[in-house]
Design a binder for this molecule. Structure first.
Ligand code: GLA
Length: 374
C-alpha cells in the first residue's frame, strides 16, 4: 500500500445513523439522521493521465479506471462506486482529472451505517479538490445518490448521501426529502447515551427487497393520488389513510401505513428532543421498530432480537433498527451510567438466541464532508 503522505489531499465523509424516519426519504418524508465519527477517508493526488487509479487500505486489489470509458465499470465489485461518482461528476459539467485515490473506509460494510454513501461522498469530494474546486456538499450528495442508483443498483433516497456530506457535529439533520430543506437540531440526550449495535449479520437480498418496498410505496401513492391532492406519500396524514383503507390492497396499505405513521413520529421525535424528553423519544423509537417489523417487514430475526433484548433492559428507554434493515444495526437510547451492563446483557442474549456476536460502536456525532491539503 502506498504511503498516505505521498498524497496531496485528504478527504473524509461520514457514515450515518438515522435516529428516526425510516424508509420515508423516497416517499418525500422528513428524516433525522446524524453523521458519525466512523469515516471513509480518500487520499488523493492528480496524476496527469486519463486514468483514475484506485487502491484500498484493506484490499489487495488495484483498479485503473479509464476516464473516457467510465460507463463500462458498472459491474465492478468495489470500483463501481468510484466509477459512478466520476461518471456523474463529469456529467454535471465538472472537470474530471486523472488521479490516484487511496480509499480507507472505517465505516463497517453491510452494517446499515451507509459505508457506500461515505465512499461515494468522499470520492466526489476528492474529485472536486483535484479539479481545484471547493466541494459543494449538497451537490455532492445528489451526485452520490445518482452513482448509488445507477452504478450500485439501489434505488435509494437522498438521506444517506445527504447525511454523509452535510452532517454537523453534535447535531441531527431534520431533512425534508421533498424540498431538501434541512434544519440542524442539537442532539442533547442528558443522562442518556445513544449506542449503536451491529447485528453482524450480513445483509442479504437487500437491493431487491429495498427496490421492492420502493415500488410498493409508489403503488400506494399512485392509488391514493386518484383520491386526494398529494405530491408524495408523506403528504398523507394518518387519519386520511384510514379513510381510504379499502382503496388499497392489504399489503400496499400496510406499507403506506408505516410511511405515514413514521412521518408523524418524526415530528413527535423532534418535539421530544426539543423538550429534552428522552422517555418520549425512546417510546417513539420503539414504535418505529414495531412498525418496520409488522407493517414494513424489513427487520428480520436478528434485528428483532437485538431490539427486544434492548427494550427488556431497565436502563433502555427505546431502541430500533436503523437504515434499510434486513440486518445491519440498531440504535439504542440508554442511561449512561448503566451502559456497560446494558452492552453485556444485550450482547449475551443476542448471542444465545442467534449465534452471532453483536458489535457495539461508541461512535460520536461528527461533521460530514471535510477535506484538507496534506
Ligand atoms: C437506505 C437508503 C436510504 C433510506 C434508508 C431507509 O439506507 O439508502 O435512502 O431509504 O435505507 O430509511
Amino acid at each position: 500500500m502506498m504511503n498516505k503522505s505521498d498524497y496531496r489531499f485528504e478527504v473524509s465523509a461520514a457514515g450515518r445513523v438515522n435516529l428516526i424516519g425510516e424508509h420515508v426519504d423516497y416517499c418525500g418524508g422528513k428524516v433525522l439522521p446524524c453523521a458519525l465519527s466512523l469515516k471513509c477517508t480518500v487520499y488523493a493526488r492528480p496524476n496527469g493521465s486519463d486514468f483514475i487509479n484506485l487502491c484500498w487500505s484493506d484490499l489487495l486489489d488495484k483498479v485503473s479506471l479509464d476516464i473516457r470509458e467510465l460507463n463500462q465499470y458498472r459491474e465492478l465489485k468495489h470500483a463501481k462506486y468510484q466509477a459512478g461518482c466520476a461518471y456523474f461528476w463529469r456529467e454535471a459539467g465538472h472537470e474530471l482529472k486523472g488521479c490516484d485515490l487511496l480509499i480507507d473506509c472505517k465505516v463497517p460494510f453491510g452494517s446499515g451505517l451507509s459505508s457506500s454513501a461515505a465512499i461515494e461522498v468522499a470520492t466526489l469530494g476528492a474529485l472536486a479538490v483535484i479539479a481545484g474546486e471547493i466541494p459543494d456538499p449538497v451537490e455532492i450528495a445528489l451526485l452520490a445518490q445518482k452513482a448509488e442508483r445507477e452504478f450500485a443498483g439501489v434505488n435509494c433516497g437522498i438521506m444517506d448521501q445527504y447525511a454523509s456530506a452535510c452532517g454537523k457535529k453534535d447535531h441531527a439533520m431534520l431533512l425534508d426529502c421533498k424540498t431538501l430543506k434541512c434544519e440542524q437540531i442539537p442532539v442533547k440526550t442528558g443522562e442518556y447515551s445513544l449506542l449503536i449495535i451491529n447485528t453482524n449479520k450480513p445483509h442479504s437480498l437487500i437491493e431487491s427487497k429495498y427496490n421492492e418496498r420502493r415500488e410498493e410505496t409508489e403503488m400506494a401513492f399512485s392509488l391514493l393520488k386518484r383520491k386526494m391532492d398529494i405530491d408524495c406519500l408523506a403528504d398523507v396524514r394518518p387519519f386520511r389513510l384510514v379513510e381510504y383503507r379499502t382503496s388499497l390492497p392489504g399489503i400496499i396499505y400496510r406499507r403506506a401505513k408505516h410511511v405515514v405513521d413514521e412521518c408523524e413520529r418524526v415530528r413527535l421525535a423532534v418535539e421530544a428532543m426539543q423538550n429534552g424528553d428522552m422517555k418520549r423519544l425512546g417510546q417513539l423509537l420503539m414504535e418505529s421498530h414495531m412498525s418496520l417489523a409488522d407493517f414494513y417487514e424489513v427487520t428480520g430475526k436478528e434485528l428483532d432480537c437485538l431490539a427486544h433484548a434492548a427494550w427488556d433492559h431497565p436502563a433502555c428507554v427505546g431502541a430500533r433498527m436503523t437504515g434499510a434493515g434486513f440486518g445491519g444495526c440498531t440504535i439504542n437510547l440508554v442511561k449512561s451510567n448503566a451502559i456497560t451492563d446494558f452492552k453485556r446483557k444485550v450482547c449475551y442474549r443476542y448471542m444465545q438466541e442467534t449465534g452471532y456476536e453483536a458489535i457495539c460502536y461508541d461512535a460520536e456525532i461528527a461533521d460530514g464532508l471535510t477535506y484538507k491539503k496534506l
